[in-house]
Ligand binder design. Structure first.
Ligand SMILES: Nc1ncnc2c1ncn2[C@@H]1O[C@H](COP(=O)(O)OP(=O)(O)O)[C@@H](O)[C@H]1O
Ligand SMILES: [Mg+2]
Length: 218
């Protein structure tokens, strides 16, 4: 049983998208996920997963828990009933983030080239380091909405170098900016379920899910 927290103090970097792809990816592997949604926004992972139920697909349990102390208590109580728990923390809510970090095993940090600000990272990293003094949390930053242009000096490379300068290793998996990922996530589908099939998106998402599940085996 692993508790994943998907967080980044910056909004719009793909936290809810990642939460939907991870929870649906876990379900497609025959395991039982539970999504704890700490974000009340209209574009939340919870709403996407509700769209999924309404579309007649196999449902994935999800609960809105946006208040820090409630999130912490409910996750402690309910997570043992599932194989994996995914907490989608809203941006800029340090109370919910702190609460999530006190119960989480793996912190997944999507970040996008250009769409980041180092000041926001510094606050989050300070919080992570403070909590790591008491609990061992694996921190897994990965590049989301990666540019097709790669290589030294590219926006991808600059973003990765900025994160690694804080002492974290960026995951060897990434997601491109793909319509299939956007559209599938909006309706609570994994890209594996979404038609028309986008093979590149499928491979990227499946590599991300496998990478995160492999961490739970370590
Ligand atoms: N890999 C991706 N490819 C295409 N669109 C993406 C991708 N990741 C996120 N998006 C889109 O970017 C927007 C912000 O993503 P979202 O997951 O809601 O961010 P957050 O939860 O961090 O605020 C959404 O419209 C989402 O569909
Ligand atoms: Mg979100």
């Amino acid at each position: 049983m692993t508790i994943f927290t998907v967080a980044n103090t910056k909004g719009g970097v793909g936290k809810s998208t990642t939460s939907v792809q991870l929870s649906t990816g876990i379900a497609l592997r025959g395991l039982r996920p539970w999504l704890a949604d700490g974000d009340k926004k209209q574009t939340s992972a919870l709403l996407s997963l509700t769209n999924r139920i309404n579309a007649g697909l196999p449902g994935i349990p999800a609960t809105e828990l946006s208040d820090g102390p409630t999130l912490r208590a409910q996750v402690k109580l309910q997570a043992p009933q599932y194989d994996h728990t995914i907490i989608d923390v809203g941006a800029r809510d340090s109370g919910a983030l702190r609460a999530a970090l006190t119960v989480t095993d793996v912190l997944v940090v999507p970040f996008a080239p250009r769409a980041y600000d180092l000041w926001a990272y510094e606050q989050m990293i300070e919080l992570v380091k403070e909590i790591q003094e008491e609990r061992d949390i694996k921190v897994v930053p990965f590049l989301n909405m990666a540019d097709p242009h790669d290589g030294p000096g590219s926006d991808n490379a600059t973003a990765i170098a900025d994160i690694e300068a804080y002492g974290f290793t960026v995951a060897p998996v990434r997601l491109g900016n793909r319509k299939a990922i956007d559209r599938a996530s909006a309706v609570g589908m994994n890209v594996m379920e979404y038609k028309p099939a986008d093979e590149k998106a499928r491979l990227e998402v499946s590599n991300l899910v496998e990478h995160l599940l492999a961490i739970t085996q370590e």
